[in-house]
Design a protein around this ligand. Sequence first.
Ligand code: NBP
Length: 479
Amino acid sequence: AAANIGVVGLAVMGSNLARNLASREGNTVAIYNRTPAKTEELVGAHPEAGFVSTATYEEFAASLVKPRAAIIMVKAGAGTDAVIDALVNVFEPGDIIVDGGNALFTDTIRREKAVRATGINYVGMGVSGGEEGALLGPSIMPGGSDESWVTLGPILKSIAAVAEGEPCVTHVGHDGAGHFVKMVHNGIEYADMQLIAEAYDLIRRGTGRTPAEIAEVFAEWNRGELESYLIEITAEVLRQVDASTGTPLVDIILDQAGAKGTGAWTVQTALDLGVPVSGIAEATFARSLSSHPEQRSVSRDLPGPQDDLTVDDVDAFIEDVRLALFASKIVAYSQGFDEIRAGAAQYGWSIDLGAVSKIWRGGCIIRAQFLNRIADAYAETPDLPVLLTAPYFVEALGRAQDAWRRIVSTAATAGLPSPAFSSSLAYYDGLRADRLPAALIQGQRDFFGAHTYKRIDKEGTFHTLWSGDRTEIEAEDTH
Ligand code: NBP
């Protein structure tokens, strides 16, 4: 036994993670892949890594020092279960099996429970940053037991991205907490991308600027409070010219957005938890809408406004869009962190929200300056019920809200879809409202289903005898 860490699954993510591990002082990496040719290929291509190559699970286990630790990087689903079963057979109590794939957190909870029964530790670990992150330094979100963190902590810190001197990894919480947080990270990513896309669309249609010119706008924004990886790459994509046609690439790409399902998981989970993540939901649905050509083709002639959007003061309009983007982005992150808080409460995880925001500052797709402000907010008030009520965000929203409202109303008047901008604003105004029409909904529910209601002026649960004499009675609480 010579290796302190193993990797099972040597497709692009596993290979890169194994190479990243091997490149760090103190690590010796055992590798295994179901198809042995891939293992040999990796060893041949990277002799500098000093991999311990293994061809069977027995050999793999024998090559690891105890407590053994192995990271699984295979296709999520049945492949993961197959590898877990194989590792459980050759590992011993106290050893650690880590799933670094994109598992649904409820699968991770199930697997952790089953593996724990054997005395082996099971860690569901979110890994963000794609292929490049895996190789050079990802943002890592491990769940699992405290015991496993003792062994894994130093290894993961050695390979994680570094942001402002701190490694982008923290022990998020027990069992499925890591995969839960990774899921929400992806949901926030969906929202952020949709918001940027809406901003681009409004500028393009409102000002007639070319993609290359709009790239300069994003490059400028990237020097201010919106500084982030996604804004940076947006400028790169907008600048790109298609070699075969000489047209901006963005005009050649088919406008149907794909999705691998993590956005949908975030929304489905939020619905189960009763947490409004409307920005993430709109972003997910916007991708669905884009991907139904048969619906879009029959809808093209639906009536819309006569006039195109015309903007008089282009610079002022672009600044309005920037502020609307910033405000909506604050909403999206606030909703995402709210979902993590609700998930933690539901599943009994103790999650340090400030630490989560810090590990997203490097390595991952949503890395941004802005995350420091989230860390500050939770450092000041760890149990903040709504992130966007932290002083920094209140100031920013105060500064942005007039522009935000102008942009949402301009878009609506001109018939330009801006689902994430407008739903974020509606959420914000919903939170601000003294009274919501939810009171009427309670009345309707009591009318047709005797679902009862509470009153603002006294304790208890009440029902009006709608089909009788319409007097009010005290009732059992039936929600
Ligand atoms: P894939 O998701 O394409 O999986 C291929 C790997 O799974 C190969 O090593 C393959 O072995 C192995 N495998 C399969 Br399929 N079924 C297996 C089984 N029954 N037993 C053992 N091994 C099996 O690889 P990837 O794109 O590198 O992604 C790995 C994981 O990382 C996934 O869960 C993915 O969602 C996650 N992830 C990916 C990214 C990204 O940017 N790509 C980012 C973050 C997380 P074989 O060689 O024998 O076929």
